[in-house]
Design a protein around this ligand. Structure first.
Ligand SMILES: *Cc1c(COP(=O)(O)O)cnc(C)c1O
Length: 821
């Protein structure tokens, strides 16, 4: 921004200056949260929706701002300069009007109900090589957004592109005075915002006020009301008009439009000459917006034939930066749309607001600039150096030449590929990362490495909720009761390592897995706490011993075999084992008539020691079977007593699984074994709803939406027939992903945008279809197979099974993604 002296601003806005006249101002702030480098900044205390801008003065002052435009005198702010005005917004606007008058350049003023920002951005994409453009940042088109935009104009610019947006009658006049457009562009007039206007005619009249002094006007000739209004307008009827449409009177006459799957070819006639261009979009709005752009190029006297190529490269615009969860608890901000200094400034600001101590930046060559490389990268470095970065990655042959300008720790690469070759996931750790780069650098390759949820279909595991659930169970136990967590079957399908690591970090005493190989994997991944193998196969004893896993021993035969293995391996110290007692489950375990021999063997053997004795309840989750549970617990008490007395030992005693903890916590003994509960499910639904949080969500996205007429059918075997006009969404998951085929044909539903959509027709191997006729949704929208709604319990009910089976059935080809909130 251009330099202004404080007294100059004061006289432009007709204010009263208190303080130092000669302070130089070249930055404007209105949101105190956005202040990073306050030097030469002035803060406008603008009134927001409900808030008086004066409320933020304190914060702005704390952040180093010393210059203010206010409507009340400032007291108690040492060394603050302020300009007192009646209305700070009006002052800003007056300053902008004055500023605009200093420059004699073509200014395109864009208004309309839809498409203002996209047309502005596309014009920039088409023209940045030909002009040095000043334009509205983002969608800054309001009463103060337009003023701020205009104040960005500098001597270097030779074209301005600004948008004007209104929501109330009589706003446009002020915007016209601020922007002072010389070329008017009218985009689509829709029904939007009509609520504040009497009717569409009034809306059109209001919009046309932006063009009160333009020399040229660009519009769609097909909108008869607009065309009529223009012809009847005193000023507009006389100026040069540039229109597009099918009419023979159109400057750009549409000859032919043909869309393929991804592109549209548009042929037009201008000055009797045919011209064909292509855009990488197929929707109607994009086609019209491209025609507006083309017509505007003609109004600007730009030879559009020379930039035919640019049309085929037009990019969609992201109005907001994408902020995504990334690996290792990081946050990713993706900004690869624009490649200029202004968007770098915005991106840095957003990054600065992320709640992470550690911040990193990936920055490529900046393409959209007319500055010399030296000036460009010096300015970029100035912006970047205002922040603290733990690491900066520079990518591109140009920017790397200037790496010495950047103050943080810098690594530089000539290409994205070169960077990715050495990229290691482990090096990313709990940080906020800004990816800021030009399209040709394909930073999306980096973002897909960093994103946790790049896959369409994933099983999301919320480790934070897992920990909270564990703490709920812990709170029901005595402080001395040990906690064993069951991570068998890949942690009930959620993936063993991440869950096990979380458990280990949270002070869990034991982990339980089903087979030795699961234990081995955990050891190899760095799990060091005791791991019990619940069902060790004879052939795996070697693995058990080699990886210091602790076997469940459930029979005399198994005990003898295991001791034999220890002897074979010449293990001299006593090896921990866990005795499983049969008390009523009739699955595995020592029976009472085994006890004598069991005691004899253990007495005469120093190769093993009994670390724990346990049993398992058959009906812990069934209140109606309380008597049976009590019978089991009673039998267990007696058995434990008989064995430990005979051996004179006191091993850890345990019996309860998750529902057991809820129902029989007086029998928690020395340890409990928590399984499904930590994943957020309990058969005791009151308890679950009150205390547990869902941990697992199976989600996917809509691949395609089709419109069916009544009578049309869906999927193999035509088992669904549309009874009315029906919208069908196809999802990219099927029975090979663990969605059981029996859920099809109306049996089950999935969640889309807060509503349930019935699965219709037969579920296929990799796909399934759902009825979204009554749900507002589009292709690419997220779909919940299970999670909050439907819940795992709902799916279990539809399948006539239990949540355990639903959880463990999700196919391994579905990526597991972990996050903490
Ligand atoms: C799986 C298992 C548990 C955990 O059961 P939940 O119902 O999931 O809490 C406890 N003990 C044993 C022996 C198990 O096999």
């Amino acid at each position: 921004m251009k330099n202004y002296k404080l007294n100059q601003i004061s006289s432009i806005v007709n204010g009263t200056l208190f303080g130092d006249e000669n302070v130089i101002i070249n930055q404007i702030f209105f949101d105190s949260r956005m202040i990073v480098h306050p030097a030469n900044g002035i803060f406008f205390a603008l009134n927001g929706n409900q808030k008086d801008g004066h409320q933020y003065i304190e914060d702005a002052y704390q952040k180093g701002i010393r210059n203010f435009v206010v409507h009340e005198k400032l007291e108690h702010f040492a060394n603050a300069n302020f300009i007192l005005v009646n209305n700070p917004l009006q002052a800003l606007q007056n300053w902008a009007k004055y500023h605009r008058k200093q420059f004699n350049l073509p200014v395109i003023g864009i208004t309309g109900s839809n498409g203002k920002t996209i047309v502005k951005e596309w014009l920039n994409q088409l023209l940045w090589k030909n002009f040095s453009i000043a334009r509205s940042p983002k969608s800054y088109n309001s009463q103060f957004g337009a003023a701020l935009s205009i104040l960005q104009i500098t001597e270097k610019n030779n074209l301005g592109i600004f948008e004007a947006g209104i929501s109330l009658p009589n706003e446009m006049e002020k915007l016209e005075e601020i922007i002072q457009p010389t070329i008017g562009v009218l985009t689509k007039i829709g029904e939007a915002h009509l609520e504040n206007f009497e009717n569409q005619d009034e809306l059109i009249q209001e919009k046309l006020k932006l063009f009160t002094h333009v020399e040229k006007l660009v519009f769609n000739i097909e909108n008869e009301k607009v065309y009529q209004a223009i012809l009847e307008n005193e000023h507009l009827s006389k100026i040069d008009k540039f229109s597009y449409g099918y009419s023979d009177f159109a400057t750009v006459k549409i000859e032919h439009i043909e869309s393929s799957l991804t592109n549209t070819e548009i042929s037009i006639l201008h000055n009797q000459e045919k011209f064909t261009y292509s855009i990488p979009f197929t929707d109607d709005a994009s086609i019209k917006n491209s025609l507006i752009c083309l017509t505007t190029l003609i109004a600007l006297n730009v030879d559009y034939k020379l930039i035919k190529e640019e049309f085929s490269l037009l990019l969609p615009i992201e109005m907001r930066l994408e902020i995504k969860e990334a690996i290792n608890h990081s946050i990713l901000i993706n900004d690869t749309f624009n490649s200029d200094l202004n968007s770098l400034r915005i991106g840095l600001n957003v990054l600065n607001q992320q709640p992470k101590e550690k911040k990193s930046l990936v920055l490529t060559d900046i393409l959209q600039s007319n500055l010399s490389d030296k000036d460009l990268y010096q300015e970029a470095a100035n912006l970047v150096n205002a922040y603290h970065f733990d690491e900066i990655v520079l990518i591109g042959e140009k920017i790397t030449l200037f790496k010495n300008l950047f103050q943080s720790y810098v690594r530089s690469y000539n290409s994205t590929e070169e960077f990715l070759e050495q990229f290691k996931h482990q090096n990313v750790d709990n940080e906020a990362i800004l990816l800021k780069g030009a399209r040709p650098f394909k930073l999306e390759k980096i973002s897909s490495e960093l994103e946790t949820r790049s896959n369409d279909s994933v099983l999301e595991i919320n480790l934070q909720n897992l920990v909270e659930n564990i703490n709920v169970y812990r709170s029901m136990l005595r402080p001395t009761t040990k906690l064993m967590c069951m991570v068998k079957a890949n942690s009930y399908g959620t993936g063993s390592f991440e869950v096990a690591k979380t458990l280990q970090n949270n002070g869990v005493d034991f982990l339980g897995v089903a087979i030795a190989d699961e234990g081995k994997e955990l050891r190899e991944a760095g799990i060091t706490i005791p791991i019990i193998i619940m069902n060790p196969e004879q052939s795996s004893y070697s693995t058990v011993i080699d990886y210091q896993l602790e076997p469940e021993i459930y029979s005399l035969r198994v005990l003898k075999l295991f001791i034999q293995k220890l002897q074979e391996k010449q293990i001299s110290s006593a090896y921990p084992i866990h005795l499983k007692l049969e008390t009523g489950m009739n699955r595995l375990g020592f029976h009472e008539d085994d006890f004598d021999e069991l005691v004899t063997i253990l007495k005469n053997n120093s190769q093993v020691y009994v670390r724990s004795i346990f049993t398992h309840l058959a009906t812990a989750d069934m209140p109606e079977e309380e008597a049976y549970a009590k019978y089991q617990l009673n039998r267990f008490d007696k058995s434990y007593e008989s064995i430990t007395k005979a051996l004179d030992i006191t091993p850890i005693k345990h019996a309860l699984n998750s529902p057991g903890i809820v129902a029989y916590k007086e029998h928690q003994y020395d340890m409990v074994r928590l399984g499904i509960g930590m994943y957020g499910y309990s058969e005791y639904t009151d308890f679950m709803e009150k205390y547990l949080k869902p941990v697992v969500r199976f989600k996917t996205v809509i691949s395609q939406i089709s419109e069916l007429e009544a009578g049309e059918t869906v999927s193999y075997g035509r088992r669904f027939t549309a009874e009315r006009k029906t919208r069908i969404a196809t999802l990219p998951v099927g029975y090979a992903d663990g969605i059981r085929r029996s859920l099809g044909n109306g049996k089950a539903s999935v969640g889309i945008n807060g509503k349930l959509a019935k699965i219709v027709g037969s579920i296929c191997m990799d796909m399934m279809m759902v009825d979204v006729t009554d749900i507002s949704c589009k292709e690419g929208d997220e779909v919940t197979i299970f999670g909050n709604s439907p819940s795992i319990a709902d799916v279990a009910r539809w399948l006539e099974t239990i949540p355990y089976e639903v959880l463990t059935s999700v196919s391994q080809r579905i990526k597991r993604v972990y996050y903490k909130e």
